[in-house]
Design a binder for this molecule. Structure first.
Ligand SMILES: Nc1nc(=O)c2c([nH]1)NC[C@@H]1CN(c3ccc(C(=O)N[C@@H](CCC(=O)O)C(=O)O)cc3)C=[N+]21
Length: 306
């Protein structure tokens, strides 16, 4: 690094992994009070259909995080060829099981299943992913909702970096139901001026260049370039893309939806890395949502500071 670049205020690489560890600890610290009041532990049921290796890794880390937080973990692994009816029967059982506060059905589901019908079968009170239309609607109209984990974790990182977000220009790139749309709702709730951009947006680079806050959730490796970012912007990179393996290597490198090195040279104020940024926050927020769902189901106040 030259003396000149060192003299500039260096951008902050937001340590999502450390922030997530703190959040998980705060959840773990709040669990005993729930146990005292409810006479049981909060419980999370995770349903995995099929053998997708990436999904298996995620489900394992969710299980470990649940145990580490002092909560009960119920894992249900179903064969790829299970019928949708059998999956719906399991969801019904989990809906009525009082030991289960949260239900997460790992996506993507096999092609013969209808994701929407499966999500619709989950009791909204136990929908810790916040994917049910009832929760999406509650978020949109400002009622108490279960909020999707990835956007919630992203918002926590933004508030950590910026404090009050009121009046800021936020551009969300990507309009998925699980990240882009709920992210836009959360930023609106924080009084940002929100632009929800997507694959048909004209002059996307110019739109992004106006943003104080950029959330990239398109699922395309390094699509957001450094020269799209204004100096001083705060960038949340939601993407997790695996590049093709280099010559002789077994696995490719993980990259986000933002060209991180270029963004750093563009003098952004702060950016989340991949890995170690939003990903760990997703799991920490799942723990948070499970405890929140448990408290609400037990008629207790929401845990403080989460
Ligand atoms: N019903 C449902 N809910 C989900 O929340 C859900 C899902 N289905 N299907 C798959 C996606 C993906 N997802 C991630 C969670 C944590 C990391 C994470 O912790 N990533 C680490 C490690 C990345 C790595 O090494 O692979 C990081 O970014 O640093 C990533 C991705 C949750 N998902």
């Amino acid at each position: 690094m030259t003396a000149q670049t060192q003299a500039k205020k260096s951008p902050q690489i937001i340590d999502g992994k450390a922030f997530a560890a703190e959040l998980r600890q705060r959840v773990a610290d709040a669990v005993p009070a729930f146990q005292q009041a409810a006479g049981r532990s909060p419980g999370l049921a995770v349903v995995l259909v099929g053998e997708d290796p990436a999904s298996q890794v995620y489900v394992r880390s969710k299980h470990k995080a649940t145990i580490a937080a002092g909560m009960e973990s119920f894992e249900h692994r179903l064969d790829t060829n299970v019928s949708q009816d059998d999956l719906l029967t399991l969801i019904d059982q989990l809906n009525t099981d009082d030991a289960v506060d949260g239900i997460l059905v790992q996506l993507p589901l096999p092609d013969h299943m209808d994701d929407k019908a499966v999500i619709a079968a989950i009791d909204p009170a136990k929908d810790v992913d916040g994917f049910h239309v009832v929760n999406a609607g509650r978020l949109a109209v400002g009622e108490e909702a279960m909020v999707p984990c990835t956007p919630l974790g992203s918002l926590m990182l933004l508030k950590h970096a910026l404090g009050d977000l009121s009046g800021m220009d936020a551009v969300v790139v990507g309009r998925s139901n699980i990240v882009g749309k709920p992210m836009a709702q959360l930023l609106l709730r924080e009084n940002c001026t929100v632009t929800l951009a997507h694959s048909r947006t004209r002059n996307l680079a110019d739109v992004v260049r106006r943003a104080d806050i950029v959330v990239a959730a398109v699922g395309r490796a390094e699509m957001v370039r450094g020269d799209w970012l204004k100096s001083g912007a705060v960038v949340i990179d939601v993407g997790i893309n695996r590049l093709p393996p280099a010559e002789g290597a077994e696995k490719g490198r993980l990259v986000g939806d933002v060209a991180t090195d270029e963004a750093l040279r563009a003098d952004v104020a702060a950016i989340t890395p991949v890995p170690g940024g939003v990903g760990p926050m997703t799991i920490a927020c799942l723990m948070r949502n499970t405890l929140v769902a448990a408290c609400r189901r037990a008629g207790l106040a929401d845990p403080e500071g989460l």
